[in-house]
Design a protein around this ligand. Structure first.
Ligand code: PAF
Length: 279
């Protein structure tokens, strides 16, 4: 596996893949890889001839006071995992290859970026859309792979790709969970043993609420009961716990499919997010 940090050698390597007619798959990441990322790589490996993974901890998607400095960085371990999975090239750009001096262009996807994490983390999705548009232009993949764990991010990227005429496939891959139901996330590494044990209350409450909504219960009452359960299980703050249309991400007061439950809650210094279908 080649590890490339500058745009010129990246373009040379991609040109040599394309010369052979290879279908190129891109798996964008911020590193600290876990089984959820590796599932993206596995799906890309099944569907493509040459898989490129990127690792770039993108400063523009972190707000003030967020965990940019603390975000886990472990490139050597990540590279070993990617190589073992058969990835052909790791694009690990230096910061100036993404945001050169005087960088002044930003991509902002309105509407779908506004609620949920967009409301709790102002500017976050502008940073995501900007860096993902850059990665798409740098790699020009035939398909790009994103986890459904970050469902709103996936929706924002799909909308951006449609609006800006990126023609490659955007593939969403289902969330990978620990046996107790907690969705895998690089941020789970911040949890103490006690917080980690309590964190499963989030997916538990979501599953229970999803079943009750699908059974025809009162949505507001069900959401309130779920929030009370989460706050009684070691979480100290809930950013949102909402039922939304799975495509448009608009709030649903009445259960109509396709629907999804979305949650973000804080435990210790860690903010966890999750989403599940309701059917
Ligand atoms: O999901 C992530 O890891 C990041 O938001 C992404 C898509 C790599 C952009 O920095």
């Amino acid at each position: 596996m080649q590890i490339v940090r500058q745009l010129d050698p990246l373009r040379d390597a991609l040109a040599s893949f394309r010369k052979t007619g290879a279908k190129i798959g891109l798996v964008p990441t911020m590193g600290a890889l876990h089984a959820g990322h590796m599932r993206l790589v596995d799906v890309a490996m099944e569907q493509c001839d040459a898989v490129v993974a990127s690792i770039f901890v993108n400063p523009t998607q972190f707000g003030e006071g967020e965990d940019l400095d603390a975000y886990p960085r472990q490139e050597a371990a990540d590279a070993a995992l990617l190589q073992a999975a058969g990835v052909k090239l790791l694009w690990a750009p230096t910061a100036d290859q993404v945001y050169p001096d005087g960088y002044a262009t930003h991509v902002s996807v309105s509407g779908i970026s506004d609620g949920l994490c967009g409301a709790a983390r102002p500017g976050h999705f502008d940073g995501v859309s900007t860096v993902v548009a850059k990665l798409f232009n740098q790699v020009r993949p035939d398909a790009a792979y994103f986890g459904e764990k970050d469902y709103q991010q996936l929706a924002v990227i799909r909308r951006m790709a449609r609006d800006l005429d990126f023609t490659h496939d955007i593939v969403g891959v289902p969330t990978v969970r620990d046996p107790d139901g907690l969705a895998l996330s690089s941020r789970n590494a911040y949890l103490t043993a006690e917080q980690r044990a309590n964190a499963a209350a989030l997916p538990d409450a979501m599953r229970e609420a999803a079943n009750a909504i699908a059974a025809g219960g009162n949505i507001a009452d069900i959401l309130d009961a779920a929030k009370t359960r989460i706050l009684g299980s070691g979480f100290h703050k809930i950013d949102y716990f909402e039922l939304r249309d799975a495509n448009r991400l608009t709030i649903l007061d009445i259960f109509t499919e396709p629907a999804r439950l979305f949650a973000a809650a804080h435990i210790g210094r860690t903010r966890l997010i999750d989403n599940i279908p309701v059917s």
